[in-house]
Design a protein around this ligand. Structure first.
Ligand code: GRG
Length: 293
């Protein structure tokens, strides 16, 4: 299996699914639908839906069944990016290689478009009838938990609260594991859960995803320092600008890269405990460690 073509194919499928799913721009209020679609289709690697699909595929080859959930995860992620870019948060002008949502539609409409995306994600999952109700309920519960106060909102809150303040390592890890890690964790978990994985495998996948999520954020912080604006599709140097503590600001680039490698290995050790073909997740871990965008 070639991981690059796997990622490309799955991104295409997710994009097609999202295009059919999202409200159309020929329906009233057209501009709301346009603003919802704008940041979704501005670009993006589709990491979270692809993790969900790859995790599902370990236990069930009919992965198309999980596309509503995979797409919902991308929709939640995109809502958080729109809010993160707002003047009251990171105040950014570039995302996914395009002007940020509020730069195009104005602040009030960007907030509403993101709110509409978040709620639409849950509508989409609740509407799905591809799995037993108890599995759907459990998946939605976990995705909600990872999105709210005990997930990305909690992580973002502490991140904002700590701006310019001295921060200890446990607080930095709280920010990373919540702001970034929780959605990654729930993407891997919900894919396997919906495919009918047993508890022991789910437990190993959760541990895999925990280390993967941390690695993802460390690499994100490294790219914020040394990445290329064109390739990233966003403005680098934001962490320095906001005096944020990050792995590179504490350990430097070289040691941070080493830590990311160690964490990737730790994550893969949990995959090795699963008695099924986990090679796609294994390859995705390598890709996410080595990514330059
Ligand atoms: C506003 C509730 C709320 C949350 C914001 C997602 C987020 C939390 C902030 C965005 C800024 C940031 C550095 C978040 C960490 C998560 C992260 C690395 C986002 C970028 O994810 P990618 O690289 O982006 O998967 P694409 O565009 O490829 O989808």
């Amino acid at each position: 299996m070639n991981i690059k073509s796997y990622l490309k194919d799955k991104k295409k499928e997710v994009d097609e699914y999202l295009d059919n799913l999202l409200p159309k721009t020929n329906k009233f209020p057209a501009q709301l639908h346009e603003a919802m679609r704008y940041t979704i289709f501005a670009g993006g690697k589709r990491v979270r839906p692809i993790l969900c699909i790859a995790s599902f595929q370990i236990f069930d080859s009919n992965y198309k069944k999980v596309l509503p959930f995979a797409s919902a995860l991308e929709i939640i992620h995109t809502y958080s990016l729109i809010h993160d870019d707002l003047p009251a948060m990171d105040n950014d002008s570039l995302r996914r290689g395009k002007p940020t949502n509020h730069k195009v539609y104005g602040e009030a409409k960007a907030i509403l478009a993101a709110d509409a995306l978040l709620t639409f994600a849950f509508q989409t999952m609740a509407e799905s009838s591809n799995f037993e109700d108890r599995l759907i309920k459990k998946a939605i519960f976990n995705i909600a938990k990872s999105s709210g106060y005990s997930g990305i909102v909690g992580g973002q809150f502490v991140d904002i609260d700590m701006e310019g303040k001295d921060i200890d390592l446990p607080t930095l890890e709280y920010i990373h594991t919540h702001k970034t890690g929780e959605l990654i964790k729930t993407s891997v978990y919900s894919g396997a859960l919906l495919a009918g994985a047993k508890d022991e495998d789910l437990d190993n996948l959760l541990k895999y995803a925990k280390w993967l999520g941390l690695t993802f954020q460390i690499v994100d912080d490294i790219l914020d320092e040394i990445g290329d604006k064109e390739e990233l599709g966003k403005n680098p140097g934001k962490d320095n600008h906001y005096n944020k503590f990050t792995y590179p600001s504490i350990y430097g680039i070289k040691k941070s890269k080493k830590i990311a490698e160690e964490y990737t290995q730790k994550s893969k050790n949990y995959l090795a405990k699963i008695n099924a073909d986990t090679s796609i997740l294994n390859e995705i871990s390598n890709f996410l460690l080595e990514r330059t965008y």
